[in-house]
Design a protein around this ligand. Structure first.
Ligand code: ZN
Length: 120
């Protein structure tokens, strides 16, 4: 799955499906599950002192949904599309919209940002 945090997606299955693009808040489980703004929202009751609600009460949280229930939203096509991968001339990989062939960012570029693994 090539969806990443901050991408816009269209939800195509479940209670919250609809044509409008929504933002991906978090990618979990290696891309199998994602959290999308305003999708699969539940109210969680919390006590006073919760970091996100010091007075306590109800918090609205987005539960993860399966990433197969969304399509990447292509701004160029203005609809949900499937993504492909292409190699650039300099050996890099880019995500492309399968409808219009527009590049929507590189693949694998995030690896540099990962925390270094501790050895020894
Ligand atoms: Zn497109």
């Amino acid at each position: 799955m090539k969806i990443r945090e901050g991408d816009l997606v269209v939800v195509i299955a479940g209670e919250d499906k609809g044509p409008s693009p929504r933002r991906v808040v978090q990618v979990l489980d290696g891309g199998k599950k994602i959290r999308v703004e305003g999708v699969h929202q539940v109210k969680k009751h919390v006590r006073r002192g919760h970091p996100k609600s010091p007075q306590g009460g109800q918090l609205e949280i987005d539960l993860p949904i399966d990433s197969s229930n969304v399509l990447f939203y292509c701004g160029h096509c203005a609809r949900g599309v499937r993504l492909g991968v292409k190699f650039t001339d300099d050996g890099g990989k880019v995500r492309v919209c399968k409808k219009c062939d527009t590049s929507v960012g590189t693949v694998g570029g995030r690896k540099a940002n990962r925390p270094a693994t501790v050895t020894g």
